[in-house]
Design a binder for this molecule. Structure first.
Ligand SMILES: [Zn+2]
Length: 264
């Protein structure tokens, strides 16, 4: 891809990165957000505003939104494939399109009530899975998400080409707990090659061994050491002139406007 009018990136940036954080772990508030602030970076936090006290419990995420981070929709119930064994009665295989849509829209209603200042946000597929039903009755729920959101994050090996990527199933790379800072910097180098948009997916960050998320007790393997995350943020800050780091909704809206304008 050439770097002239064939690119949607602002201010002569050559590529884009979005840092995304799933499931509303307390470590996002305690570790990730302070480090992001130190390097003047903003991320996207996909949360599940659940429980009777959601309007109080998730108030810290409102503060995050007011600091410039995107608070994205990750459904309320976080329903995934039956194969996880979490709930064999309520899983994507037994769910209808209407039921998944109701869950997504209730999460949206709560997020709008919590953060009225941020009316537009993106969606993130729980467990990267975008279907309901199974076998010959399996159906994609991507069209439902496409009706309600400008973009949605999934999973995939190749970073997003701004012209070619499917905005309602954006690819992202998983940041594993064993990765060092230099592993993460290499991931950025590789993913932003050729003007692409790399989305990184993080879960918990390590505050102390075996710490559980206080807000959402889902298990996603070992948390990433805070030092690795700090090194990633430092690298992104150093390369700020070339790599545009911004929340998913900000990058997606820029791509949408660029595509509408015509890219040739
Ligand atoms: Zn999740």
């Amino acid at each position: 891809m050439s770097k002239s009018n064939r690119s949607p990136w602002p201010d002569n940036h050559q590529s884009a990165v979005s840092l995304t954080f799933d499931d509303g772990s307390a470590s996002h508030l305690e570790i990730a957000i302070p480090i992001l602030a130190e390097y003047e970076l903003q991320g996207t936090f996909y949360i599940n505003p659940r429980g009777d006290d959601w309007d109080q419990r998730y108030l810290p995420w409102r503060d995050a939104a007011l600091a410039g981070h995107e608070i994205g929709n990750h459904t309320i119930q976080h329903i995934c494939a039956r194969n996880f064994g979490w709930d064999i009665d309520k899983c994507l295989e037994t769910l209808s399109l209407k039921e998944i849509e109701a869950d997504v829209l209730e999460a949206e209603r709560r997020l709008n009530a919590l953060i009225p200042e941020q009316p537009t946000r993106t969606f993130c597929y729980p467990c990267y899975q975008s279907y309901v039903g199974e076998g010959i009755n399996r159906q994609s729920y991507v069209p439902i998400i496409a009706r309600h959101f400008p973009a949605a994050r999934g999973l995939g090996e190749t970073a997003n080409h701004p012209l070619l990527t499917e905005l309602h199933y954006l690819t992202s790379s998983i940041v594993a707990g064993w990765m060092s800072g230099s592993d993460l910097c290499s991931l950025v180098d590789k993913g932003t090659d050729d003007g692409r948009w790399l989305i990184l997916t993080l879960h918990g960050l390590q505050t102390e061994p075996n710490r559980e998320g206080l807000l959402t007790p889902l298990f996603h393997g070992n948390p990433l050491p805070a030092d690795s995350f700090r090194e990633l943020c430092k690298y992104l800050a150093e390369r700020r002139a070339e790599i545009w780091t911004a929340p998913v909704v900000t990058v997606a809206e820029r791509i949408i406007a660029w595509r509408e304008k015509g890219t040739s």
